[in-house]
Design a binder for this molecule. Structure first.
Ligand SMILES: C[S@@+](CC[C@H](N)C(=O)[O-])C[C@H]1O[C@@H](n2cnc3c(N)ncnc32)[C@H](O)[C@@H]1O
Length: 211
């Protein structure tokens, strides 16, 4: 059977996929990148409310998840955060833990079970698992490896499935500004804008579902 465990090597503190030849997060500052791209890109923490549901393509180390939980807690919103992530190649827990030790302020209890969050990781290729998912998110994080190296996670049918699983008025953010990704999101009925990116990336993409 094909081994689906993530194959990685390390570039200093940052895990790099040897399958996709791409780092899991910014070599510059992964946490700041998450805050800029995925949280601010979805107008978070301002929009958090009880039951707010974030969905993500690519769970990876769990950095985005934990940064989101930290922001939810800082916002002191009563109730629960829901976070659903789609992941085809789960990391070994030891690799994930090693990646996260460099962010000592993250609420690691979110990974082991906490009262204020419901974490669901849906294993398998998102192209198979997302179309049959029965949830709809308030905010999507599109965090595959780069479109050039991981094209399957940015295909137009998958972008359409993401839009289908977004609530009216819901938003999406991603670090990439690749034209074909933006066009696929537009074709799926979303309002798409290009805004300043994090670090060396000049642009990133935000989108909103009308309604
Ligand atoms: C840039 S990393 C995600 C980083 C992550 N959000 C974090 O906070 O660490 C991209 C992730 O997408 C996953 N991935 C790649 N192709 C996939 C596919 N077809 N379906 C689901 N996940 C996929 C990879 O295994 C990897 O974990």
């Amino acid at each position: 059977m094909h081994d689906q465990t993530a194959q990685i090597e390390w570039n200093g503190p940052v895990p790099v996929s040897t399958t996709f030849d791409d780092p899991y997060f910014s070599l510059q500052n992964g946490l700041e990148e998450t805050q800029h791209v995925f949280l601010a890109g979805n107008d978070l923490p301002a929009r958090f409310c009880d039951g707010f549901h974030v969905a993500e393509l690519g769970f990876g180390t769990g950095l985005n998840f934990l940064a989101t939980l930290a922001a939810f807690r800082s916002a002191a919103v009563p109730g629960k955060l829901h976070f659903t992530s789609f992941e085809a190649f789960p990391m070994l827990l030891s690799d994930r833990a090693a990646a996260l030790t460099h962010f000592p302020d993250l609420p690691l209890d979110g990974l082991t079970g906490a009262d204020d969050v419901v974490l669901t990781i849906i294993e398998g290729d998102a192209r198979d698992t997302l179309p049959t998912w029965d949830g709809r998110a308030d905010a999507w994080f599109l965090d595959g490896f780069s479109p050039a190296k991981n094209p399957e996670l940015w295909e137009a049918p998958l972008m359409a499935a993401v839009a289908d699983h977004l609530k009216p008025g819901g938003t999406l953010a991603t670090y990439t500004a690749a034209g074909h990704v933006r066009r696929a999101l537009q074709d799926a009925g979303l309002e798409v804008v290009r805004v300043p990116g994090y670090g060396r990336k000049r642009h990133m993409t935000r989108a909103r579902k009308p309604g």
